[in-house]
Design a protein around this ligand. Structure first.
Ligand SMILES: Nc1nc2c(ncn2[C@@H]2O[C@H](COP(=O)(O)OP(=O)(O)OP(=O)(O)O)[C@@H](O)[C@H]2O)c(=O)[nH]1
Ligand SMILES: [Mg+2]
Length: 297
């Protein structure tokens, strides 16, 4: 095996945190060049902490995408915020992402945690395509008063603006360290997890209001054969009425979800997919500790 110079290899954990919908998952995907983490114009798209690993010959950047920071209203959101707290604690570098606005959407205790993180913090002002020079100057002036010691970065995750420079800076900031994961690892999440996320993304896209938030998709079986993967999934909702909405008239709703999800899964796995989705009611699962455990929260 070729000797990789151990004394110059850099590796570490770069955790992306911020309010819902600011573009955290879009950034992760753009940096990795893979559609790993679900993105959507609706808030609270991401519910888990998802690792995305960017490997080079002499570096390994382990990014964490996290759920948007909110005041938890029910049990599932407590877990979502626990993922954020962990991300605040185990980072080598923190990427705090905001929209280009001169206001502070966080509470004091969150800002305190950021200040005390004890690691480099980069304030990523994302979506700069939606502002102008004088708007940006106001944003900078305002945030200097909130977080005077952090590094400011004007970026656009969607348009991949400044991402190469950001990547170089991150490598610079990381400690010399051997890699944490095998160099061909892309993520810590399973194939099943990505199937569940693909279904959830379709539901976010095709249904309105409360429906996407009441849904959890679970893979019941995943059988990989030589030229096809057979996947059985259950889409859980909280109430009978939601089940009827998901299924739709004559099954048209669930059919649309299944067709679109299958296409994405075929892209993701590079293989033919046979997908069988079922819809079931798990009464009030977002407030039920046992059901949440079972659903991975
Ligand atoms: N105009 C513009 N839109 C962006 C940019 N980055 C992300 N978006 C959009 O912002 C929306 C939210 O993006 P996500 O990546 O899902 O946001 P998130 O922070 O992961 O959201 P949660 O998972 O809900 O916390 C999507 O519609 C993205 O396309 C950007 O640089 N410019
Ligand atoms: Mg997200």
């Amino acid at each position: 095996m070729e000797e990789v110079s151990k004394d110059s290899h850099k590796a570490g954990f770069i955790n992306i945190i911020g309010r819902p919908n600011v573009g955290k998952s879009t950034l992760l995907n753009a940096l990795l060049g893979e559609n790993l983490s679900t993105t959507n114009p609706k808030a609270q798209t991401t519910r888990h902490r998802i690792l995305g690993i960017l490997n080079g010959d002499d570096y390994q950047l382990v990014f964490s995408d996290t759920p948007g920071v909110i005041d938890p209203a029910y049990l599932m959101q407590n877990t979502m915020m626990r993922f954020v707290d962990e991300a605040l604690e185990d980072a080598d570098v923190l990427l705090l992402m905001i929209e280009p606005e001169a206001n502070n959407p966080f509470d004091d205790s969150f800002i305190e945690k950021v200040k005390k993180a004890g690691v480099p913090v980069l304030l990523l002002i994302n979506k700069i395509d939606q502002t102008n020079q004088s708007g940006l100057e106001q944003v900078h002036a305002f945030w200097k008063t909130i977080l005077p010691d952090v590094e400011f970065w004007n970026v656009s995750a969607l348009h991949k603006f400044q991402l190469d420079a950001l990547k170089s800076r991150l490598i610079e900031l990381l400690p010399v360290s051997p890699p944490y994961y095998a160099k061909d690892t892309l993520t810590d999440k399973s194939e099943r997890f990505f199937c569940e996320e693909i279904i959830r993304e379709k539901i976010l896209r095709f249904y309105d209001k409360e429906i996407p938030y009441a849904v959890q998709a679970i893979v019941e079986s995943f059988k990989e054969e030589e030229d096809i993967i057979r996947i059985r999934m259950t889409i859980y909702v909280e109430r009978e009425s939601q089940k009827n909405i998901i299924i739709g008239k004559g099954g048209s709703g669930i059919k649309r979800v299944a067709i679109s999800a299958r296409e994405d899964m075929e892209d993701f796995f590079g293989k033919k997919i046979f997908l069988e989705p079922f819809v079931k009611v798990a009464k009030n699962w977002r407030k039920d500790e046992l059901k949440l455990k079972r659903f991975g929260y």
